[in-house]
Design a protein around this ligand. Structure first.
Ligand code: HEM
Ligand code: PLO
Length: 484
């Protein structure tokens, strides 16, 4: 327990022996929304006990910036949890791995792979995304304006971009493997997303049905990754490094003689790093595309404004490319607004203090878990005008031509040493997929007249519930195709 001689700690929720504050945290609301409400009673920063773990919740952007940026290194560790240990073979990979040489090496190798895809003109990310945008649009045209759930096509498009990045390969739409992936991904995200008792009281996993299901699905995922790994390993040529797997295999061969055991790269480490990039690459981008589509159904005038912008700046004789981004500020503003109002990671990924330190005037002991409440930061009424309203214009100047940042209370990708590694890729995908779709299609409400629910459900990423809509080929696009 905490010693308090002359020290100031954040206000703490009531807590009992063994259970900690557990019974005071029960709520039917989403955790990030409940944490935002608790702010009224406990302030911008408060604490509670999760069993024997001491947790501090940070609800204000200036304190959050201190954690992520100013003292980034001091807060750059991750908690060790039963569920993520199962996912990552005890903390291998990047996202759930503790601060240290393993994490640093994996992160660096992913970053080097990104530079690989920037430099090479034949296989750069833009070309890969445009190829997938093309397949995506073809699949949407095949729905012939009928009621369609966008989940599968969005999943496939994001999966193929990341599969090119990891293995230089891709899947066809009707491949059974894609459905298998969608299935295990759904179970894994749902189970990890439950604030599971197992992480507080590890012994309960002996009786937990969820844990059995989680293990089973992670096994299916690992089998699929191992299969890809094996096929690729046979083709591997150290003189021709083309993707993340090549990059990691090469590092394994070149470095392992020099490294200490602590930072050795094993096949397991490679597999878990690829697994993280794969999981992050698929779940995040496809989720944001679905949210964007849903918001455009709710706000048809936003859709119309983006389409006008596309028609004027790009027209119908060519498809959008990345360098069009500054020409389509309203689309960029819309993406920013979607990432504000429905952040992918409303509590980021938990951080852990590596030393005794402080946040603002408060003492933070080593090993404290920090939850950054991005939801509260993105919905703070003192920083945002009508935060519950969807208003892309808030990111534009008066003339609606220049992008602006109305407040610093916004960081959808986090920041500092643990910042998102895929931001560039994600932004490129969101811009290209959405601009390609809106150039060709009008998004229309399904026949039953039901708009998608905007409530959402937390499952590792903040997901939209399944919905349907109609993709209607635009008249202007059709006419342009005929006359071409
Ligand atoms: C971590 C957001 C897409 C890979 C994170 C974090 C956030 C985030 C908030 C946690 C930062 C923290 O804990 O402080 C997003 C959003 C995305 C997106 C909003 C899409 C719109 C991607 C993509 C990839 C990716 C496409 C992969 C290529 C990762 C990884 C981490 C991470 C590996 C863990 C970093 C670490 O712990 O060192 N992301 N992400 N993300 N993201 Fe993303
Ligand atoms: C998604 C399901 C996969 O089967 C495993 C996986 C790996 C990395 C995770 C990802 C899941 C969910 C989204 C995460 C990502 C790492 C970074 C990303 C948590 C669980 C975000 C948004 O922070």
């Amino acid at each position: 327990k905490l010693r308090s001689l002359g020290k100031k700690y954040p206000m703490c929720l009531p807590h009992l022996p063994i259970l900690g504050s557990l019974i005071y945290l029960k709520s039917h609301e989403e955790t990030h929304i409940y944490f935002t409400k608790l702010k009224e009673k406990y302030g911008q920063i408060y604490a509670f006990w999760l069993g024997s773990y001491y947790v501090v919740v940070v609800n204000h952007f200036s304190l959050a910036k201190e954690v992520l940026l100013k003292k980034g290194k001091e807060f750059a560790c991750r908690p060790q949890m039963v569920t993520t240990d199962i996912l990552t073979d005890t903390g291998k990979g990047i996202a759930f791995s503790k601060y240290g040489p393993q994490w640093r090496t994996s992160r660096k190798l992913v970053q080097s792979t990104f530079s690989l895809f920037k430099d090479r003109s034949s296989q750069n990310l833009e070309k890969i995304i445009c190829q997938e945008a093309n397949s995506l649009c073809k699949a949407l045209a095949n729905t012939q304006g009928q009621n369609t759930d966008p989940a599968l096509v969005c999943f496939l498009a994001s999966a193929n971009v990341i599969c090119q990045f990891c293995f230089s390969s891709s899947w066809k739409q009707d491949d059974e493997e894609v459905k298998t992936m969608m299935n295990f991904s759904e179970v894994i995200t749902k189970t990890l997303g439950k604030d599971s008792l197992v992480d507080i009281f590890p012994w309960t996993q002996l009786f937990s049905k969820d844990m059995a299901l989680l293990k089973e699905n992670i096994m299916v995922r690992n089998k699929l990754l191992e299969k890809k790994f094996k096929i690729h390993k046979e083709k591997f040529d150290i003189d021709s490094v083309n993707n993340l797997l090549d990059m990691m295999l090469k590092a394994k061969i070149n470095n392992n003689g020099l490294l200490t055991q602590e930072s050795e790269i094993t096949d397991k480490h490679i597999l878990m790093t690829v697994g993280d990039i794969f999981g992050a690459g698929v779940e995040t981008s496809s989720s944001v595309i679905k949210w964007s589509i849903a918001y455009m159904l709710h706000y048809p005038q936003v859709q119309e404004t983006i389409q006008k912008e596309i028609d004027q700046k790009i027209g119908f004789t060519r498809t959008p490319v990345l360098s069009d981004r500054h020409q389509l500020p309203f689309l960029e503003a819309t993406v920013r607004e979607v990432l504000r109002i429905r952040p992918v990671a409303p509590l980021l990924i938990p951080h852990v203090a590596r030393t005794d330190t402080s946040i603002g005037e408060y003492t933070i002991p080593k090993d404290t878990r920090i939850y950054i409440n991005l939801w509260s930061i993105h919905h703070d009424p003192t920083e945002w005008d009508e935060p519950e309203q969807f208003k892309p214009e808030r990111f534009l100047d008066k003339n609606k031509e220049q992008l602006i940042m109305p407040t610093a209370s916004y960081f959808p990708f986090g920041g500092g040493p643990r910042t998102c590694i895929g931001e560039f890729l994600a932004r490129a995908e969101l811009f290209l997929f959405l601009s390609w779709i809106l150039q060709r299609f009008d998004l229309e409400v399904a026949d039953d007249g039901k708009l998608p629910s905007l409530e959402g459900k937390f499952a590792m990423v903040f997901q939209i519930l399944p919905f349907k809509l109609k993709f209607k080929l635009r008249k202007a696009w059709r006419e342009a195709q005929l006359s071409a």
